[in-house]
Write a protein that binds this ligand. Structure first.
Ligand SMILES: N[C@@H](CCC(=O)N[C@@H](CS)C(=O)NCC(=O)O)C(=O)O
Length: 322
């Protein structure tokens, strides 16, 4: 397994219960904030910050969508890690068809270097996305939701498009509420479907995931354009990045197979509308997504005996007499 332990990158360390517990932690441990007035110690300045992302990763994808919608390309630079993560080096940079070199001015060829420079005794996973400060040479934040909120607001006076506000004051608490459902039931919920190690776990995860999608489909019955009506919000970004991967990856590979996205006409239309917003289509890199996910084993061996829930096919019956 891959982990950094006390500042030392271990690309293939033997699992122990403690290390396995570390690998279960997906929450970012760098949690500083950039503010427009600099009161947090990190002032929003053009050219000062840099993003390290993967186009395959749905959490990084939140950031690239907000970065594009806020037209921050001239204000905050971006480097793309190679789509194939399962190498002795983990996330890597370089000039290839599926990655960029480190444009952040550090000459990093592997993302774990950024973690070690930031904290010399860091222990944990080497996660994308990362928001990097070129001035203090350290990671500011590696939690996608918090990075989205900073990009949405802190840079408005230094290049961000202030006409786009994905987190309007009047809707903050509703966005938070729906955002946490999207995160739990869909964005991370779909990984629980993939990681289920027995039928009961799988059934529970599938029921949580598709129960949520059914609810969203029903809520869209009033013909609203986006989740909160006519305006696009952060909630749309959060639902977009897992759903855009659904039929290519999660349904066939993760065995989230009870339904496809296209079986939900209103959710499909929502995803298309978000996709057609200015700048968004270019953030969807199916080449990175397919290469990344189909390189993983997704615990196939451990899934033996788990029978998937399948979407209904009218001419197949489920058994004798059915
Ligand atoms: N809490 C994080 C989750 C990020 C995350 O899970 N990133 C995955 C890629 S999708 C990763 O970098 N995994 C590397 C690893 O598991 O070692 C966020 O939302 O920013």
């Amino acid at each position: 397994m891959k982990l950094m332990i006390n500042g030392v990158w271990r690309g293939d360390v033997d699992p122990t219960p403690e290390l396995e517990a570390q690998r279960m932690i997906h929450t970012g441990s760098f949690r500083d904030r950039i503010t427009s007035d600099g009161s947090s110690g990190f002032a929003a300045e053009p050219g000062r910050y840099h993003l390290y992302v993967s186009h395959a990763c749905p959490f990084s994808h939140r950031i690239t969508v907000v970065h594009a919608m806020k037209r921050l390309e001239g204000t905050i630079g971006l480097s793309v890690a190679h789509a194939i993560w399962d190498t002795p080096d983990g996330w890597r940079f370089g000039e290839t068809d599926l990655s960029t070199p480190d444009h952040g001015g550090n000459g990093f060829t592997r993302l774990h270097e950024a973690y070690r420079v930031s904290q010399s005794d860091y222990t944990g996973k080497i996660l994308v996305p990362v928001l990097w400060d070129r001035t203090s040479r350290r990671i500011v934040n590696n939690e996608s939701l918090e990075i989205c909120l900073m990009l949405n607001q802190a840079f408005d006076e230094v290049g961000g498009d202030s006409r786009v506000d994905l987190y309007p004051a009047a809707l903050c608490s509703e966005i938070d509420l729906l955002g946490s459902r999207i995160n739990r039931s869909l964005a991370t919920g779909v990984y629980e479907v993939a990681a289920a190690s027995n039928q009961a776990e799988y059934d529970r995860a599938v029921s949580e995931l598709f129960g949520f999608l059914d609810e969203c489909e029903a809520a869209l019955a009033d013909d609203r354009c986006f989740l909160f009506g006519e305006r696009t919000t952060l909630a749309d970004v959060l639902i977009f990045t897992p759903l855009v991967r659904f039929d290519a990856v999660y349904n066939p590979l993760f065995r989230a197979s009870k339904k496809r996205l296209v079986d939900y006409p209103r959710l499909t239309a929502l995803v298309k509308r978000i996709h057609d917003l200015p700048g968004v289509a270019a953030t969807v890199r199916l080449d990175h997504i397919l290469t990344h996910y189909y390189d993983g084993d997704w615990a196939v061996a451990n899934r033996r005996g788990i029978v998937p829930h399948m979407h209904a096919v009218s001419w197949i019956t489920s058994g004798p007499g059915a």
